[in-house]
Design a protein around this ligand. Structure first.
Ligand SMILES: [Zn+2]
Length: 302
């Protein structure tokens, strides 16, 4: 969610401090989890080894690093080429949609998407209607252009929607986004909203708000696991007092554990189904890609 690049000095944190914040059930060896959405490019480079080690220890096998601008997309792509845990999303975030996507920007995005098989989705795109957000007409053009890009590349869309659900769902339908599918990122809505996203051909992507929002817990209980993927939206959170409370991909395990508790199933089942859903969506057969529905043919990105 945070779009500002974090660049201030970090206080080193010992492994004990991280361990102290975890439960005894963590670090299961058999689980394989995927994180559908992060902004790890916003972390300082010296943070990356620790963040990725802790993710691996929590069973996270693959992580999407989503661009928010042309420059951050380039940074995500670079990380995805350097780190085998990471994959990249190409996209311009609605909060960054201050100018229309002209031919030059479109060509830039398209070239980045084509440049590497590590690009697995168009993300982060969508609409955001906070009072401080960019002009709605510009956001609309930027969102539609990127849905068209996703369709032309046959890449799934991981989208953002804040105070804008009705317009987002209408736009997804008008632009036939269901043809490539994807996920509604950082889902915090009710069951009816989740059903609308699923009807549009999208997964529901659950993050840490599941730990504290009763309405979201009710929706998550009602929605079958077959429609759910997991994410963290991990980005630096310098406003939090303790570094070990910053959201990292390792927290996908916490979300999986909460979802298992809500649904009365094992965390292994949650991991198995949600990981297969996400791997299928992103066309990553090595991680147990399942359903064909949401698995459009991948273009030759070589
Ligand atoms: Zn995000």
């Amino acid at each position: 969610m945070t779009l500002r690049r974090y660049s201030s000095q970090l206080t080193p944190v010992s492994p004990q401090e991280y361990k102290g914040s975890m439960t005894a059930t963590q670090f299961p060896k058999a689980l394989l989890l995927g994180d559908a959405h992060t902004h790890l490019d916003q972390y300082a480079p010296e943070e990356m080894p620790g963040v990725l080690t802790r993710a691996r220890e929590a069973g996270v096998g693959f992580i999407v690093c989503a661009g928010t601008t042309v420059d951050s997309t380039r940074a995500c792509l670079k990380l995805a080429q350097e780190q085998n845990l990471l994959y990249a999303g190409v996209g311009i975030h609605p909060m960054e949609a201050r100018q229309r996507i002209d031919e030059a920007i479109y060509t830039d995005l398209e070239a980045m998407a084509h440049s590497s098989p590590r690009v697995v989705c168009i993300s982060e795109i969508g609409l955001d209607y906070l009072p401080s957000s960019p002009d709605h007409a510009v956001q609309d053009q930027v969102f539609r252009a990127q849905i068209r890009l996703a369709r032309s590349l046959k890449l799934p869309i991981i989208f953002h929607s804040r105070e804008s659900h009705a317009d987002v769902f209408r736009t997804l339908r008008e632009e036939n986004a269901g043809e490539v599918g994807g996920a509604m990122h950082y889902f915090q809505g009710d069951e009816a909203t989740a059903r609308q996203a699923i009807d549009c051909g999208f997964f529901i992507s659950l993050a840490r708000p599941l730990l504290r929002l009763p309405e979201l817990q009710t929706a998550a209980k009602a929605i079958p696991l077959e429609h759910i993927v997991l994410e963290t939206d991990a980005a630096p959170q310098p406003f939090k007092k303790y570094r070990h409370n910053w959201t990292e991909p390792r927290h996908v395990l916490t979300v999986a554990e909460k979802l298992a508790e809500i649904k009365g199933v094992s965390v292994e089942e949650v991991a198995q189904v949600t990981t297969a859903n996400l791997a299928g969506l992103l066309r990553l057969p090595a991680f147990g890609a399942a359903q064909a529905d949401h698995s459009p043919a991948r273009p030759n990105t070589g």
